[in-house]
Design a protein around this ligand. Structure first.
Ligand SMILES: [Zn+2]
Length: 173
């Protein structure tokens, strides 16, 4: 199959890359333009554009493999610090239309800052956003066990004195 996508070409072995790890559905290789020593890109072998069209199963494999790569970095490059970056969508500055995560090893004194710099804080109220964003039920809607788990992940009201605010299933530890 021919494609113009460089990442597809790498996963099809039509274009050379320094591949450091591979699993059934993912491949990890050194970034051609590294911003730190050991800067790696991990991609699904199939051409999913972003997290939005990538199946959950593949995303799970991607994050597990990301951990495997981070552990490889830890052992071989002697640093226990990485940043993991993804752009999904053009407003997020996605340039290559093939899902990928950057795994960027960080070293003491490397002077990189990949966090939010010199940006204006969004003026939107947190409560308004929270009302729109709350997950109400599990994705499948089938498994009571899963639903219970998701409920427990919901934010717990912060008022320590008013225990009535807490959902009955949530116990403080
Ligand atoms: Zn591709």
């Amino acid at each position: 199959m021919t494609t113009n996508c460089n990442f597809c070409k790498i996963s099809n072995r039509e274009k050379p890359a320094l591949i450091v790890c591979e699993s059934e559905n993912t491949i990890s290789f050194l970034d051609k333009n590294p911003i730190s020593v050991g800067h790696i890109l991990i991609i699904p072998k199939a051409n999913y554009v972003s997290i939005y069209d990538c199946p959950d199963k593949i995303l799970q494999e991607l994050i597990s493999e990301t951990k495997r790569v981070a552990e490889l970095i830890k052992v071989k490059l002697k640093t226990d610090s990485v940043n993991i970056l993804n752009a999904s969508g053009k407003n997020a500055q996605q340039s290559t239309k093939h899902l990928h995560f950057h795994i960027v090893p960080r070293y003491k004194g490397d002077n990189l800052n990949l966090w939010f710099q010199d940006t204006e804080k969004s003026p939107v109220s947190l409560e308004g956003v929270f009302k729109k964003l709350t997950c109400s039920k599990s994705k499948s809607g089938k498994s009571p066990a899963k639903t219970k788990k998701i409920r427990r992940m919901m934010p717990i009201p912060m008022d320590e004195k008013n225990e009535k605010l807490l959902p009955p299933s949530v116990k403080r530890t």
